[in-house]
Design a protein around this ligand. Structure first.
Ligand code: G16
Length: 543
């Protein structure tokens, strides 16, 4: 058993996107590809030496092989204590929690989130820093620069850690602990929510259905919903994590979660339907007869959170990413707390959370979470809704209606154009950008444009500036069109278009989303010329 120094040549494509490095499995399987990136992280984070490191993943294909490599490299790079989720499993929010709980200097999360898995699917790795949040822009850039210059890595040979057996082993100077992936997370949830009240609500016949999509949240949902809250076993579906996610696409939205939408619209639908994605950070919420959009879910939860045990001292503030619907802004105003608008990427919330400025955050990409962890948290959102239903005695539909009558309704949709040629996607952004200067003061549909710009964000805690964070056309409170390019795709470019319209007149609260957004779709085509510049007449996904 020895530490070996292996020579390697750099790969030049290891620039992390919105949330870590995501590539096809075959890319990660190239010689030294993963090793180079991991060594770049160790080189850029000297604090890992002698410290605690958390390692876990979403269970997708290549997870175990990658974990073996990361563990051996952590040992060779002098990590003092390694905590690994049993079987190599840790949901993203659970990993973030473990980093916080154990004062770890960081964690490696092996995940490509909701992207499909399997030999032909995607793989990913991201580094979370001390405190549990994703590496920020500065560190991410340094890691990328290092990866381009790397000429070798250090790895411990012959360690053979059994990641399926709980317990601690000490090899040379590193202590390696394999822990149950659910225990600490379940304890955290118990401290935030009124489990007795939720259990009582369920025992009175209120139905729950949770789809773990054959991804990482199965064991978490099984423990919490079934064993602790008393839901029937059938309440959790697709509960076994599979390395190819059962061939599915674990992205809980109206496209890949259509079966849940159909269930919600059926006779005898459960009172609450939820789902989470590959690594357990996204969530989808539905009730009998209704789908709750992520922006609405953030706003509705923010309005009810102070009634739940973990949040009785009230909210410090609310944060949402720029493209996310502005529904939460009304709640912040009513609660007299600040509302922060950040770029897309959970990492931008972390400084605000660390500074104690924010209690709840959310994104349009089906992400919601609170200050309890530094990642978005799918099961947390489901439990927050369950607790809200139990406390109010209302249905999801009643909560939504009451909310819209009080605050008004934000009609919202995201259109994704996937797998575009890079230059075509850039051409759309440029065409749209070219129109912005002349728009303020002019009409967009029935509304006057009050702002048209490229969004940039200065972090109020560390002063860093993030530019180029999306193009937006804003018509006061009434409407918005936002365009940006995704930072998580692994094939070609993905253009995201976000459409939003606000109505507060009680007679305008029951429209269909498609009807409400029709004038914005018309305006979009003339401003961005997507059809002409990409040859696509319709988006691939509407969520
Ligand atoms: C990641 C980030 C989110 C972001 C999402 C979509 O989520 O953590 O903050 O909103 O990607 O990013 P993009 O629009 O650039 O594709 P996840 O669930 O994929 O880790």
């Amino acid at each position: 058993m020895a530490i070996r120094e292996i020579s390697s040549s750099p790969y030049l494509d290891q620039k992390p996107g919105t949330a870590g490095l995501r590539k096809k499995v075959s890319v990660f399987q190239q010689p030294h590809y993963l090793e180079n990136f991991v060594q770049a992280v160790f080189d850029c984070v000297p604090a890992l030496k002698g410290a605690t490191l958390v390692i876990g993943g979403d269970g997708r294909y290549h997870n175990r092989d990658a974990i073996r490599v990361v563990v051996a490299m952590a040992m060779a790079n002098g990590v003092g204590r390694i905590i690994i989720g049993q079987g190599g499993l840790l949901s993203t929010p659970a990993a973030s929690h473990l980093i916080r709980k154990h004062d770890a200097a960081g964690g490696f999360l092996l995940t490509a989130s909701h992207n499909p898995a399997g030999p032909d699917g995607d793989f990913g790795i991201k580094f979370n820093i001390a405190g549990g949040g994703q590496a920020g822009e500065g560190l991410t850039q340094r890691i990328y620069e290092r990866s381009k210059a790397i000429d070798g890595y250090r790895i411990y040979e012959g360690a053979n850690v059994d990641i399926d057996r709980r317990g601690t082993v000490v090899i040379d100077r590193t202590s390696i602990e394999v822990v149950d992936c659910v225990d600490d997370y379940a304890e955290l949830m118990q401290g935030l929510f009124d489990f007795d009240r939720i259990a009582d609500w369920i025992s009175r016949g209120n139905g729950v259905r949770f789809d773990a999509m054959h991804a990482v949240t199965g064991p978490y949902a099984q423990r919490i919903l079934v064993e602790q809250l008393g839901a029937p076993a059938a309440a959790v579906i697709n509960a076994t994590p599979l390395s190819d996610f059962g061939g599915g696409h674990p992205d809980p939205n109206l496209v890949y979660g259509k079966h849940l939408f159909d269930l919600a619209m059926s006779e005898g639908a459960p009172a609450l339907i939820g789902a989470s994605d590959g690594d357990g950070d996204r969530n989808m919420i539905l009730g009998k007869g209704i789908f709750i959009s992520p922006g609405d879910s953030l706003a509705m939860l923010a309005a009810h959170l102070p009634r739940l045990p973990g949040y009785r001292s009230g909210l410090r503030g609310i944060a949402r990413s720029m493209p996310t619907s502005r529904a939460a802004d009304h709640v912040a105003k009513a609660l007299k707390v600040p509302l922060y608008e950040t770029p897309t990427g959970w990492k931008f919330f972390c400084n605000l959370l660390d500074a104690g400025d924010v209690t709840i955050c959310g994104e349009e990409s089906f992400g919601t979470s609170s200050s309890h962890t530094r990642e978005k948290d799918g099961l947390w959102a489901v439990l927050a809704w369950l607790n809200t239903l139990a406390v109010t005695g209302q249905s999801v539909e009643q909560i939504a209606q009451q909310h819209w009558h009080r605050y008004g309704r934000h009609y919202y949709a995201r259109h994704d154009y996937e797998g575009l040629k890079g230059p075509d996607a850039e051409a759309v952004m440029q065409a749209f950008s070219g129109t912005l200067g002349a728009l303020p003061g002019h009409k967009l549909g029935d509304w006057e444009v009050t702002l048209a710009d490229e969004f940039s964000y200065q972090d109020k805690v560390d002063g860093s500036l993030a530019t180029g964070q999306g193009l937006r056309v804003v018509c006061g409170d009434h409407a918005r069109i936002v365009l940006r390019l995704s930072g998580t795709g692994t094939q070609g470019a993905t253009l995201r278009v976000y459409l939003e319209r606000y109505e507060s007149d009680p007679s305008a609260l029951g429209w269909t989303v498609a009807d409400a957004l029709a004038p914005l779709r018309t305006a979009l085509e003339s401003l961005a010329r997507i059809g002409e510049l990409t040859g696509r007449n319709a988006p691939d996904l509407v969520t």
